[in-house]
Design a protein around this ligand. Structure first.
Ligand code: 3HC
Length: 719
């Protein structure tokens, strides 16, 4: 084996058993050295007459986390995975996969070529390739349907979520669970099989695929599921086509060949690059460039939430789901009762939908304790304030928290736009103060903006980022600047949507264009959902003249059209339904306001709608990057995909701009500058990168960028 190969397979012998241990930290992907090591070790064990059985396991916390994702899209080095797997499958001695942790993608596919599979209780198994724009390309689409039936296999591959060992045993993916020492149990299991004349091979199990032959509903249901849950994605259709081959082809190897062809098509599709960008982008976002990796983390053993409204309740659920006991405080007993009952209902809904067992529900509910007294927060390690947006109120709460909590507790605010430094300034521990901006509903949305105040300590930041990971959030750091990252970008996007309405488009056209681009919800449906009256009321209260872009929505409010909350806004809603119906009665209002403001309404193309809304995100993103508010362009992609419904298969707005080409972005923007020169002025960083044919990924690091911004304006401007 040459030194350039990455990863290895350790070989040891225990009596008549060879133990092959995949060793490629931290999670044992099938890199070149592992592939070579597997072939060599199998050959070695087969050549050794004293060996009668082989155990394949992983070093550390994973079994095998799949193919090495960093190799996709690059020239392929080292031996072929299929060849290594064939040698395992046709080994002349029985092979048992001892699954000690994650067996994902190519990891599970490796286990499926073994004769037997045993897992620990910590093991998870899954085929998550669909999340990377790929399909299981090492036999998974042919073997899993043979093992658990095409219908279950399709569900698993289209969801991409792993199963626990217990579920995997129930479904027949693994043969046994080890309750004690995995290797000892695996040896005992294998010893019993050694004498058998034949050992099972998944490729030979045809019963379940034959049963599905001619049953059209299997594929039709999978297509319906993919259309519902993976709109716009390329890989799901390819997965279904592979399973169709597994069902209909008599020759296993013909199915395998089809899988390889369809895999290659996924590999060449731009969606694959976009989705792998997001995989690595999410992991990059969790790191803070100037905070050392070894920064000690504060243990978070107990948490407190202030405010039992929708946000507070959702945040409490996140903490409880991560196994952290949480006190939820409200000063109004009725609110508190209501908040607890909403939490209980949310969990019950999960039980009803089969996402959680009754036992699990009882366990998490048992971790959430309501309280009316601040004194109860004396021993929490973190307190998260989640009351409505009012600086005076938040400062009052932080003063109290500073007094009642232990000196080293972290104090976090769930503000969506207020100045974290102004909040920290009323405490004696500004280093322990941080923003944790969750997105509504907080128990569902994955995005968490972690707002770094000027004094937030390294330890505070590192601890909150790690807590974000424990809560399974996509955590992204933002500097303390107006609108942070997401809402600041959103302001330009909704501005353009509103202007398009004034210029001649209708809400339904704007929404349909952006939804066909892949956004989960168009801007006017979103505005109706949030409520048009929020901005209108705020402007009235502050006696601010309505800006041009908001004239239509303010006029709708004047006519009592607030959005979904009163069944009429940009759209009409029937009682109890969230489905938008066109509101032709509004069209006169649009025309009237356009006329009054001397805007000639015109026919607007869907492409113009997409370009103006999406490039508004990109240009503001470039400013955020040059100001250092976000650490890297990928962070903004993570924000938009996890918090604002941007299609993952386009890789986020900044990645989309890179794929379009920044020169093209500038050309399109300069065409729009006739409409609004100021708005379409390109951010200097965007201009510079376009001139050197660069991409956002190559933007200079934080240190080289302009001075870090401080919070200049508590009013982030309307969304
Ligand atoms: N290839 C390359 N690197 C990988 C990797 C993989 N398959 N899986 C994880 N890594 C890297 C991560 O990028 C990260 O690197 P970093 O430390 O430099 O940021 C490091 O390993 C640790 O990963 P996590 O932070 O995600 O560690 P966790 O402990 O939180 O999670 C895990 C572990 C559950 C295994 C998670 O990493 C994971 O889900 N990995 C991806 C699994 C996957 O998608 N497999 C399918 C690959 S495609 C495939 O197999 C194709 C085949 O069908 C032919």
């Amino acid at each position: 084996m040459t030194n350039e190969l990455k990863g290895k397979v350790n070989y040891s012998i225990n009596g008549n058993i060879a133990i092959l241990e995949v060793d490629n930290p931290p999670v044992n992907p099938l890199s070149s050295g592992v592939r070579a090591g597997l072939s060599e070790s199998i050959a070695k064990a087969n050549a050794d007459e004293s060996i009668e059985g082989i155990i394949l396991t992983g070093a550390g916390r994973s079994f095998i986390a799949g193919a090495d994702i960093s190799e996709f899209g690059k020239s392929y080095d080292g031996p072929d995975l299929h060849a290594a797997l064939r040698e395992i499958e046709f080994s002349n001695k029985p092979v048992l996969a001892a699954i000690n942790g994650a067996a994902l993608g190519g990891g599970l596919e490796t286990a499926l070529v073994c004769n037997y599979r045993m897992g620990t209780n910590q093991a998870i198994v899954g085929l998550p390739e669909v999340n990377l724009g790929l399909l299981p390309g090492a036999g998974g689409t042919q073997r899993l349907p043979r093992l658990i039936g095409p219908s279950q296999a399709l569900k698993m591959m289209l969801a991409g979520t792993p199963l626990t060992a217990k579920k995997a045993l129930e479904q027949g993916i693994i043969d046994a669970i080890s309750e004690n020492s995995l290797i000892e149990d695996a040896i005992a299991f294998l010893q019993e099989k050694i004498g058998l004349s034949e050992h099972p091979k998944v490729r030979d199990k045809n019963e379940k695929v034959l049963e599905a032959r001619g049953a059209e509903n299997v594929l039709a249901e999978a297509k319906a599921l993919a259309a519902k849950t993976r709109r716009g994605q390329f890989a799901p259709g390819q997965i279904i086509a592979c399973v169709e081959a597994a069902i209909n082809e008599d020759d296993f190897d013909v199915g395998m060949k089809k899988e390889s062809d369809y895999f290659l098509e996924c590999l060449m599709n731009p969606q694959r690059e976009a989705m792998i960008h997001i995989f690595f982008g999410e992991r990059a976002a969790s790191k803070i460039a100037d905070i050392p990796k070894e920064t000690p983390l504060m243990p978070i053993k107990k948490a407190g939430i202030i405010g039992s409204g929708t946000m507070g309740g959702g945040i409490a659920m996140n903490l409880a789901n991560a196994g952290i006991p949480v006190l939820i405080l409200d000063q109004d007993e009725k609110n508190l009762e209501k908040g607890m009952s909403v939490i209980e209902k949310n969990y019950q809904m999960m039980v009803d939908r089969g996402r959680m067992s009754q036992e699990q529900k009882e366990m998490v509910m048992g971790l959430i304790t309501p309280t009316l007294s601040y004194d109860d927060l004396s021993d929490v390690d973190i307190a998260v304030e989640a009351v409505y947006e009012n600086l005076d109120l938040k400062q009052e709460i932080f003063k109290t928290l500073d007094e009642v909590t232990k000196g080293d507790a972290i104090l976090a605010s769930n503000t969506s736009g207020l100045d974290i430094d102004a909040i920290a300034s009323v405490t004696n521990r500004p280093g322990k103060v941080v923003g944790t901006h969750f997105f509504s509903p907080a128990n569902v949305m994955r995005l968490l903006e972690v707002v770094r105040g000027k004094d937030s300590s390294d330890e505070t930041m590192a601890t909150v980022m790690s807590l974000g990971k424990k809560m399974k959030k996509a955590a992204v750091v933002s500097l303390n600047a107006p609108g942070f990252i997401g809402n600041r970008m959103l302001a330009g996007y909704t501005h353009q949507a509103n202007m398009l309405l004034l210029e001649g488009a209708l809400p339904n056209q704007v929404d349909s264009a952006l939804e066909s681009f892949g956004m989960s919800m168009g801007p006017f449906r979103m505005l109706d959902l949030v409520g048009l009256d929020l901005g209108w009321r705020a402007r009235k209260l502050a006696d601010i003249e309505t800006p041009l872009a908001n004239k239509i929505s303010d006029e709708l409010c004047e006519r009592d059209r607030f959005g979904q909350k009163n069944s009429k806004g940009f759209y009409n809603y029937s009682e109890g339904s969230r489905a938008p119906n066109p509101a032709p009665e509004n069209e006169e209002i649009y025309k009237e306001i356009s006329n009054k403001n001397n805007i000639e309404r015109r026919e607007i193309s869907d492409q113009e709608i997409i370009d103006r809304c999406i490039l508004a995100l990109v240009n503001e993103g470039a400013r955020i990057l040059e100001e250092g508010v976000a650490q890297r362009s990928g962070d903004m992609d993570i924000v938009y995909i996890n918090g604002y419904g941007f299609p993952i298969w386009r890789g986020g707005p900044m990645f989309y701009a890179n794929q379009l080409g920044l020169e093209e972005v500038i050309n399109k923007m300069s065409a729009f500058s006739e409409l609004d020169e100021e708005f379409w002025k390109p951010a200097p960083l965007l201009k510079k990168l376009s001139e050197i044919s660069g991409t956002f990924g190559e933007a200079p690091g934080l240190d080289e960028r302009a001075e870090l911004l401080s919070f200049k304006n508590a009013n982030m401007g309307g969304v």
